[in-house]
Ligand binder design. Structure first.
Ligand SMILES: Nc1ncnc2c1ncn2[C@@H]1O[C@H](COP(=O)(O)OP(=O)(O)OP(=O)(O)O)[C@@H](O)[C@H]1O
Length: 295
């Protein structure tokens, strides 16, 4: 897509994500944009009514880019606020995992990230709708969601916080769960410890959990991880092209319904949603514009 001149930027910053200090990044962006005569508005998230706040800021002014410094939860929030606006989003990954950004080879340093923002390519990516929620990256039922719930309730943030919750969560969780899935005109039952709804290939650790995933193909994958077999988990950390069917099964589709026998923990893009019994999933094809590095 052709670049248009950039005159005004909104910078959405999550001050707490990933336990990362964003002041240096903020100062850098302020200075650089000033030098290039680009107007800048900064919005710091508060964790309460950010989507509606960002929506109203974007409605009141003509922004050419929205920069986002945060993790997957912040990116998901911004993309929801930007729905139907055609304003491209630019990622400055600053969360505990940054799973969505990992799928797009976003550079690591701020200078190169700004270069992507100003001179990169714009692509269109799909957004998944799950009941009344949206997901840009990865949602799941089961043990991972339980882990995120326990992490949210704990005091230690960042990667270490997740690690600390892993063993107690695995010991207490009621997995595997039984899911009834209707999709592609079929209905089937799956027993799984984690049932993922995935838009991309890579999980926050860099593990390729969805080899079939393409964020702009108008489809999502439903992946059932049957049990938490350590060897298979380690294998997903390599760049595999297929999933071992003994460990995980995957279905690619444009819409689906999932029913659980009893409520199961559910998370979207790292945000714990609650225990759900039924979800309805559909896809908004190429709903979000994203800046990525030009080759
Ligand atoms: N000022 C704030 N104070 C507390 N929570 C906030 C604030 N701003 C945003 N949040 C919360 O941060 C979460 C999003 O964090 P995000 O996923 O971007 O980063 P993360 O590093 O992955 O998060 P975490 O550190 O919680 O794992 C949302 O739940 C949002 O409500």
């Amino acid at each position: 897509m052709k670049m248009k001149e950039i005159k005004k930027v909104l910078f959405v910053v999550n001050p707490i994500s990933g336990d990362v200090d964003k002041n240096e990044l903020l100062e850098f962006i302020e200075n650089e944009l000033k030098q290039q005569d680009i107007a800048l508005e900064i919005y710091k998230t508060n964790g309460e009514n950010d989507i509606s706040n960002i929506k109203s800021i974007v409605e009141q002014s003509q922004f050419d880019r929205v920069f986002v410094a945060g993790g997957d939860g912040t990116i998901k929030m911004v993309s929801e606020a930007l729905l139907s606006t055609n304003v491209p989003m630019v990622l400055f990954p600053a969360g505990s995992a940054n799973g969505f950004a990992l799928n797009f080879d976003i550079p690591e340093n701020k200078e190169a990230q700004l270069d992507v923002a100003l001179f990169g390519n714009i692509i269109e990516v799909d957004l998944i709708k799950i009941n009344e929620h949206y997901s840009l990256h990865l949602a799941d039922f089961g043990v991972n969601a339980d882990l995120i719930k326990n992490y949210d309730n704990a005091t230690l943030r960042g990667k270490a916080g997740y690690l600390l919750q892993t063993i107690p969560t695995l010991m207490k969780s009621n997995h595997p769960y039984e899911f009834e899935i209707s999709s592609n005109g079929e209905r089937f039952v799956l027993e799984a410890s984690v049932l993922s709804i995935a838009n991309c290939q890579k999980y926050g650790t860099g593990a390729c959990i969805n080899p079939e995933g393409k964020s702009n193909d108008g489809k999502f994958e439903i992946i059932g991880f049957k049990n938490l077999n350590l060897i298979e988990i380690v294998k997903t950390f390599t760049n595999q092209t297929t999933l071992n069917p003994e460990f995980a099964t995957s279905t690619s589709t444009t819409s689906a319904k999932v029913n659980c026998k009893s409520p199961v923990p559910f998370q979207i893009d790292g945000e714990y949603i609650g225990e759900l019994e039924n979800i309805e999933v559909s896809i908004l094809h190429k709903a979000i514009q994203l800046c990525i590095a030009s080759n």
